[in-house]
Design a protein around this ligand. Structure first.
Ligand SMILES: NC(=O)c1ccc[n+]([C@@H]2O[C@H](COP(=O)([O-])OP(=O)(O)OC[C@H]3O[C@@H](n4cnc5c(N)ncnc54)[C@H](OP(=O)(O)O)[C@@H]3O)[C@@H](O)[C@H]2O)c1
Length: 328
């Protein structure tokens, strides 16, 4: 590590389960990168939906109880130190993900495997860049790699104004699909401007009300309920990607997402995002070619991290909330 790297950093932690109020900013040692890892000086990290389920302990039956814990799934920053054989150089702007199911991006520095980082698109602000890695690679993997969405197909995005959904609408449009979007009433015009052809208020339109607009070739669900009805909206050969986790019954959603895949082999594709350099680089290209805009609803300071998560969990967010850790 360079002489310029400090010994300590600020980091967001919690040591009891609960709401955003359990989050505390503490001082901790800067990690030392292990073999294959890169030390990144974090400019910003995003606050993600789903982290609340870990923080409240709702997923403890699956994950076990692991306290104290840190928060933040994805990040943007600059390389502070590299280890042998890693294809990055000190000072390079990078974005990436924490290792699968690990959190802790909201820290002054993180040691991340080099294969979970990639260069940031030219011209993209370093803080804004933190909004894209997790939701961008999730939406792209769902539509491109699993559902194999093609030009002229009909796509339904349920949960279209949020982090994953706002990327999915843009990619669906860029890849030549006809996009139907379910979103909150206040965000319908915004979602249309992202490229949706049909926009519907999710509080007035249930999946069952969509039968007149069906069939859809691809349905991306970001809500986590009513999967049987969504499956019935598919065309012959249509594909469902169920990613939503209902906060009211998270374990039930995860069970239903997996069961749908079991009952409909080759037609339903739940997954847990674990993107690597190739997918993160492809995401950078999508931004550089103008297919994808990185959408930041609001920036918060590290000291206001609890407020950032409250904002995410209140709903109605357009794109992503980012937390500025050490803007530079
Ligand atoms: N498996 C994976 O790898 C993976 C990766 C990322 C995310 N996820 C999951 O995917 C889901 C979405 O994540 P996100 O980051 O995009 O969350 P988000 O930013 O909170 O977006 C969720 C969206 O769903 C909308 N919504 C809520 N209830 C709805 C309903 N009944 N019908 C239609 N839309 C509804 C919300 O609109 P309003 O707030 O305006 O009501 C919001 O726009 C979460 O459950 C998350 O855990 C899974």
């Amino acid at each position: 590590m360079s002489d310029m790297t400090p010994a300590t950093m600020r980091v967001v932690e919690y040591d009891r389960h609960g709401g955003p109020e359990v989050l505390t900013v503490r001082t901790a040692p800067v990690p030392r990168p292990g073999p294959g890892e890169v030390l990144v000086r974090v400019a910003a990290a995003s606050a993600s939906r789903g982290e609340d389920l870990v923080r409240t302990g709702a997923l403890n039956p699956l994950r076990g109880r692991t306290l104290p814990a840190r928060v933040g799934t994805d990040l943007a920053g600059t390389v502070a130190a590299v280890t042998e054989g890693v294809g990055f150089r000190v000072g390079q702007r990078v974005w990436g993900l924490m290792p699968h199911s690990a959190f802790g991006a909201m820290a002054g520095f993180v040691a991340v495997p080099g294969d979970q980082l990639a260069r940031i698109p030219d011209g993209l602000d370093l803080v804004d860049a933190a909004a894209a890695p997790a939701v961008g690679t999730t939406a792209a993997h769902a539509l491109r790699d699993l559902a194999k969405l093609t030009t002229g197909e009909r796509l339904l995005v349920r949960g279209a104004s949020g982090g994953v959904g706002s990327v999915a609408v843009q990619l669906g449009h860029a890849w030549g699909a006809h996009v139907t979007a379910l979103a909150g009433a206040a965000n319908l015009r915004w979602v249309r401007d992202l490229g949706a052809d049909v926009v519907l208020d999710h509080r007035r339109t249930a999946p069952d009300d969509l039968r007149d607009l069906a069939p859809f070739d691809v349905v991306l669900d970001l809500v986590g309920t009513e999967l049987d009805t969504l499956y019935d909206l598919l065309s012959p050969g249509g594909r469902l990607v169920p990613l939503g986790v209902d906060p009211a019954d998270p374990l039930g959603s995860l069970r239903d997402n997996a069961a749908t895949a079991e009952h409909h082999p080759g037609r339903a594709f739940p997954f847990s995002n674990d993107a690597r350099t190739g997918e993160l680089t492809a995401l950078a290209t999508l931004v550089e070619t103008g297919a994808l805009r990185v959408l930041v609803h609001e920036r918060f300071t590290l000291d206001d991290v609890a407020e950032a998560y409250r904002r995410v969990e209140a709903g109605g967010v357009r794109g992503k909330i980012v937390v500025m850790v050490d803007p530079h």
